[in-house]
Design a protein around this ligand. Structure first.
Ligand code: R2B
Ligand code: URA
Length: 312
């Protein structure tokens, strides 16, 4: 109770309370009910502390199928009772996002791009707060285009950067641009790199991740329906990105880093590269190779979780 009161008072510097998720919105305290519309959950109709209070790891990824597969995988890895096939989608009242709870692990899909993940994150952060969760780490498990890396390399992000390679996220609020810092948790990133070194044949690096608002022109691709630049200009931009420390490009990292940071939630972004963008734009690897690549962030995060829980 003391912890809840302190949280309500916005006391986030008290060293005696466990790190919990802080909401930065005074209006929420005045609301009798909070409807998490895109999850089809609410503080009145669901007992959120009972449903989610023991969550310690939240894993998010773009695809609903992949996040269901991850939930089943982590169920097996943690050797939990029951069948992985029976894991139920908590958000079955909506088809916007899917959500699976496996012991202390929550697996959620976020769709593609900043607007989609940002809606999910607003509701997830409120959910974790309402459920009185503490000591939570959030991971984005994703895919990306590599910048000067062999396909299949896993990039653990230290900073998410924008189109000008700045570690910031720009949000338009009431017609004005506000910017927020996008550095991720250094300790978690280093722990993940250490985990990668304990796995066989697991190429992984720490580097900056550029977040684009488009897959085609926004990532300097020459193969979209529109293209307003030359091959040489594309390569020049990728060279500048590499020079600035960018090792991969995806579409959600800056808003994730910014929102988690403000709300006191430790976060990491782990994306496998599907191709080296210096070599091309189309994703040409065979399906089975791509499936194996996409399992790599899951294998790494599972290793991290098992270590943290004392399984290894
Ligand atoms: C990586 O892959 C998706 C685009 O194919 C996008 O969600 C991202 O960040
Ligand atoms: N996802 C992206 O956003 N870009 C890529 O090149 C590959 C996956």
């Amino acid at each position: 109770m003391a912890q809840i009161l302190l949280n309500r008072m916005g006391n986030d510097h008290n060293e005696y309370i466990k790190p919990s998720v802080q909401l930065k919105n005074p209006y929420l305290d005045t609301m009798e009910e909070d409807i998490l519309y895109h999850f089809s959950l609410s503080t009145k109709t669901h007992n959120l502390p009972e449903m989610f209070g023991d969550i310690k790891f939240v894993c998010v990824g773009g695809s609903a199928t992949r996040m269901k597969a991850f939930a089943q995988f982590i169920h097996q890895e943690l050797k939990l009772p029951g069948s992985p096939e029976e894991i139920r989608n908590i958000c079955e009242g909506t088809d916007r996002y899917c959500m699976y709870k496996v012991g202390p692990v929550l697996s959620i899909s976020h769709g593609m791009g900043v607007p989609s993940i940002s809606i999910m994150l607003h509701e997830l952060i409120k959910l974790l707060h309402h459920a009185q969760c503490h000591d939570v780490v959030l991971f984005r498990l994703g895919t990306s285009g590599g910048v000067g890396l062999a396909p299949g390399t896993v990039v653990i992000t230290d900073k998410a950067v924008d189109y000008s390679f700045r570690p910031q996220f720009e949000q338009v609020v009431l017609g004005k641009v506000i910017t927020r810092n996008t550095e991720l948790d250094e300790g978690v990133a280093n722990e993940l790199l250490q985990c990668s070194s304990e796995l066989q044949n697991f190429p992984a690096v720490i580097g900056h991740t550029m977040c684009a608002h488009d897959f085609y022109e926004g990532q300097g691709r020459l193969d979209g329906a529109l293209c307003s630049f030359s091959h040489e200009e594309k390569l020049e931009y990728l060279r500048e990105a590499h020079e600035a420390g960018v090792r991969n490009i995806e579409m959600e990292s800056t808003v994730l880093a910014a929102m988690c940071r403000v709300c006191g939630l430790k976060a990491a972004v782990i994306c496998v590269t599907l191709l080296n963008r210096f070599d091309g734009d189309q994703i040409t690897s065979p399906h089975d190779v791509l499936v194996e690549y996409q399992q790599r962030p899951q294998v790494l995060v599972s290793h991290f979780i098992k270590k943290r829980l004392g399984y290894i």
